[in-house]
Design a protein around this ligand. Structure first.
Ligand SMILES: *Cc1c(COP(=O)(O)O)cnc(C)c1O
Length: 470
């Protein structure tokens, strides 16, 4: 063994104690550190011939770069849809690295059984029937990819073609119909050889981001019985709008399409009784994407794909090798997703669900929605801002009032907000209007954070006005 590795092995308790100490300091200060900051290009280090040892390397990294880390896991990071880590999820994630399991198959560790158990807990959390088989993947992008890959397999199978076996060549295009598809759907279409251009925007209900079921029916009718994929949205990123999933499911009686529901964060509506009607009907969908590293507040990276068509999924993802054994009735996860080797990302989910239960998760969701509503009300009451969409869930989509509402102006405004260190929001365009979004999905956020965010937004408005005045 190299002497530095031997020393580190001997000093492992001290090294891990250092990591623990740095982590605890970081987490204690998390609510008050700069939420986000402009980053500078870093000069990549030269690979040393002789290393510094674990403790020195760790301390040097921390001294140099900890001040430049964004508090994306903290309570006022409202960009994208970003969760933090519950205490149980964080502790579990540490263990994941310590125990570093190979999850390839049953037979040498309980870990794959825990993955299945975590999926079982999630089905209960979301009220999904046992007919939905699940698989863990790295994020909702990957989950959408898996769902659409199975959809592709289904569509071609209708014409007696096995895409996984024979490839896509010579097949007619497979239209992907959606009201307001997330960018990751285009990415998945590109990766899968379906093509970004096959993602077709279907009309939305007036003033909404939800798909118009009549427009969808018209689009399906035009396909003359050709199979399609409908990508339903359960929580759009701008206005957190939900397609009427029941109406879409009903259309499956008359038109051949695969119904994939992108419920990356909106799926959590199912956890709160007052919100659960938003996803009514999703138990009839063919595949469902739900992110875990957003609203479940487990560390990156984790999401799930649920499908009622596991045999088709295995056709796509089966990984045949003599030493992996036959597929059987309950295929190992290596046969169900893009990854073969993978992280034991089920453990933080499993432990967080057992630690906090349904009520604990529901409380995070309900409080985040209340915080979004509170910020929405404050913005609505301020002459400096205008809501672009009603606050339906956990996201506030709004813009500045006055003449200066160009995309460039919004970006400059958001840079000011970021440089205050108080909060971080991301720009968007909603119904042709440049604007911004504040997305609440962190378990630590409280109503006092909403007041601080509002104060920071007002301060940035004043600074912008002074800038114009000088
Ligand atoms: C975040 C999000 C995605 C992509 O998720 P990642 O976890 O970043 O890969 C897809 N769809 C929706 C609706 C999302 O909100």
């Amino acid at each position: 063994m190299h002497p530095l590795l031997a020393t580190d092995l001997a000093q492992l308790p001290a090294l891990l104690a250092t990591a623990r100490e740095l982590s605890l300091d970081y987490l204690a200060a998390l609510p008050d550190r700069s939420v986000a900051l402009a980053t500078t290009e870093l000069v990549p280090p030269v690979l040393p011939e002789e290393g510094a040892g674990g403790e020195a390397a760790l301390r040097q990294f921390w001294a140099e770069y900890a001040p430049q880390l964004g508090a994306s896991a903290g309570p006022r990071f409202l960009g994208f849809v970003t969760g933090g880590s519950t205490p149980a999820a964080l502790a579990a994630d540490w263990l994941v690295s310590a125990i570093d399991q190979n999850l390839s198959s049953d037979g040498y560790s309980v870990a794959p059984a825990i993955e299945r158990a975590a999926l079982h807990l999630l089905r209960q959390l979301f009220g999904l029937p046992d007919a939905f088989a699940g698989v863990f993947v790295t994020g909702a992008t990957q989950s959408n990819l898996v769902g659409l890959a199975v959809a592709r397999q289904w569509a071609a199978a209708r014409a007696g073609h096995d895409v996984a076996q024979q490839g896509l060549f010579g097949l007619p295009p497979l239209p992907l119909l959606s009201g307001a598809a997330h960018s990751s759907i285009y990415k998945a279409a590109a990766i899968l050889g379906l093509g970004r251009a096959q993602v077709r925007a279907v009309g939305q209900l007036p003033g909404r981001e939800a798909i118009d079921p009549q427009a969808l029916e018209a689009a399906l009718r035009e396909l003359n019985g050709q199979p399609a994929v409908v990508v339903a949205n359960a929580g759009t990123v701008n206005s957190t709008d939900f397609d009427d999933l029941g109406a879409l499911v009903a259309l499956q009686q008359r038109y051949p399409f695969w119904l994939h529901v992108d419920a990356a964060f909106g799926g959590f509506a199912a956890v709160v009784p007052e919100l659960a009607d938003r996803v009514a009907g999703w138990e009839q969908a063919d595949s469902i994407t739900i992110d875990a590293h957003k609203w479940l507040n487990v560390p990156y990276d984790a999401a799930m794909l649920f499908t009622r068509h596991q045999p088709l999924q295995a056709e796509v993802f089966k990984n045949s090798a003599a030493y992996l054994g036959p597929l059987g009735d309950r295929p190992d996860f290596v046969h169900l997703g893009p990854e073969n080797s993978r992280r034991f990302r089920a453990l933080p989910v499993y432990l967080s669900l057992l630690a906090y239960g349904r009520a604990g998760i529901a409380d995070i969701v309900a409080r985040n929605c209340a915080q979004a509503a509170a910020l929405g009300a404050l913005l609505d009451a301020s002459s400096a801002f205008r809501l672009l969409a009603p606050v339906r869930l956990n996201v506030v989509c709004f813009t500045l009032t006055g003449a200066n509402t160009s995309g460039r102006h919004i970006r400059e405004f958001l840079e000011r907000v970021r440089d205050s260190g108080e909060t971080f929001l991301t720009p968007t365009v909603y119904a042709g209007m440049p604007g911004m979004r504040a997305a609440f999905s962190n378990w630590r956020t409280g109503l006092p954070d909403v007041a601080r965010v509002m104060a920071a937004l007002h301060a940035a408005v004043r600074e912008s006005a002074e800038q114009v005045g000088t």
